[in-house]
Design a protein. Structure first.
Length: 257
């Protein structure tokens, strides 16, 4: 590719003034991007790491090919909303190269309200899927999701572009031959359970990953039966009994290898 020539004089006073002004605009942007990636949720991050779990951007860094870029999409989604307690809308999306193939990656952030879906989370998820379909790219879902955030369910479900549309798009892309691949790293309840179940290939991490419509406490309330999480929807059960999972990984690095 030939270089685009420029006639801009970088030593001129006008250029220096414009550059200095541009830096004043970039500084708050960089601060907001940093806040979105780390935020003010140190305790949640510490608890997450104590469970031998990686953060979503760490998973993505390990997943994509070495020394290749990750183009993150909508990093400031939900900025200024919910008292800034839902950075990046609780989900990381973007385009990265895996084994030489460009893929759309959608990763839940369990340090943000357990990875639950807010109104903006759904919009961001759907937009990433739309980009994947338009550009014929595989979708990789790094799932660690508690389903819809119930206090916001009136804004999550009722819209043709809302939560149910994520499943429609996933099935539609699969039918078109665009691979839909999930790796499950934590508890996936209700809507979060459908993503790996609808995927063409699913990996679950031993001990940490679970898939169920309702957890043990809901089972107890609904039918008065006591069951542990592993028996109800653990990685080994889904890999050896139900068949929802295609591969059982010993840990997160193996799931991302």
């Amino acid at each position: 590719m030939s270089r685009i020539q420029s006639s801009v004089n970088v030593r001129s006073e006008a250029f220096k003034e414009n550059s200095a002004h541009y830096e004043t605009l970039l500084k708050p942007l960089r601060e907001r991007l940093k806040e979105a990636s780390t935020g003010i949720r140190e305790k949640h991050i510490e608890r997450h790491l104590a469970r031998n779990k990686m953060l979503p951007r760490e998973r993505i860094d390990r997943l994509i090919d070495p020394n290749t870029p990750f183009l993150e999409l909508s990093p400031l989604a939900a900025y200024g909303l919910y008292n800034n307690e839902v950075p990046s809308a609780g989900i990381v999306t973007g385009i990265g190269t895996i084994c030489g193939v460009q893929c759309v990656i959608i990763a839940n952030d369990a340090t943000v309200k357990g990875g639950s879906f807010f109104h903006e989370t759904v919009k961001k998820h759907v937009r990433a899927q739309e980009i994947a379909e338009q550009n014929r790219l595989p979708c990789i879902y790094l799932v660690d999701c508690g389903g819809a955030y119930l206090p916001e369910q009136d804004r999550v479900f009722p819209d043709k572009e809302h939560f149910g549309n994520t499943f429609y798009r996933q099935c539609n892309m699969s039918a078109q031959g665009l691979p839909q691949i999930s790796a499950v790293f934590g508890g996936c309840t209700a809507g979060g359970a459908y993503i790996p179940a609808l995927s063409d290939e699913t990996i679950m991490v031993k001990a940490n990953a679970r898939i169920h419509l309702g957890g043990p406490s809901i089972v107890k309330v609904a039918i008065n039966e006591e069951v542990d999480g592993e028996t109800l929807g653990g990685a080994e059960m889904h890999s050896r009994v139900s068949g929802v999972s295609d591969y059982l990984a010993e840990d997160e690095p193996e799931a991302l290898a």
